[in-house]
Write a protein that binds this ligand. Sequence first.
Ligand code: FES
Length: 307
Amino acid sequence: MKVTVDQMIRETADVKRFRLRATDGRELPRFSAGAHIATTAGGFERNYSLVDGDREFYEIAIRRESGSRGGSVYWHDRVSEGDEVEIRCPKNHFPLSFRAKHHVFFAAGIGITPFMAMMRELSERGASFELHYAARSRADCAFYDAIQRRFGSNACFYFSKTGHRLTTERLLELPIGSHVYFCGPESFIHDFTEAALSLGYPKGSLHHERFAAKPVPNPQPFTLVLAKTGQTLHVPKNKTVLEVLRETGVKVPYSCRVGACGTCEVEVLKGKIDHYDSFLSDEEREKEDTMLTCVSRCRSGKLILNL
Ligand code: FES
């Protein structure tokens, strides 16, 4: 669907908010807290969490990543008010748990974005929540004023430039029945998830959202064989299985492209899979019969897929 950039607001030196409205003036689809939209601007397809909005407008916030492959730089440098961009309907791979007695959000940097909508929903419901939000400094802290104004008594800020750091020790103090949500860089999600598991948090009470796929150390090329069509494809070290399949015209569904949602899962008939997703369980991985094509690779030189 086409939307028009109605308003652009600078949050911090690196973060801009974009308010989007349907170009044809119609109402937008409803979304639940934690949802994201896929956007296409300048040929870059990227997912961004919905920070705010309703049927009238959607709001996303984007951090300019100068080392990125271009999506965020394009949004920051080339997109202006009045421009039209393409989006897909909201999807939610990071919903609030309805079993939680208390919700605890741990955000690092731009990882705050899904929590803005989640905190709004919980405060409207009168539910119990708290936020722990790490940024480099007050000036780098997107939504600082809005959070103070709307959720100030539920929020703690940690500014590393002043030596006040968010550590995993916070996990020790949470009441039984808490569900914890992590969003931020890969290392942050990894460290907090590991710490929570080692403290005995049940896996079902941990939730996270990644903006990028887990890094693959030293990726190697390999061969794909598609059992149904007999095609043999080459997966170079700088491309994913999903990219190669799509380039070849094989229609496979996908959504998050960071190994988190399971949409791109395919059956593997033969070969050793190198898993980099955060969706499959340990038991599912051990069976070696399914893979997430957007991130996972091969350890045996060849994979035969049931495609
Ligand atoms: S597209 Fe979401 S796990 Fe691959």
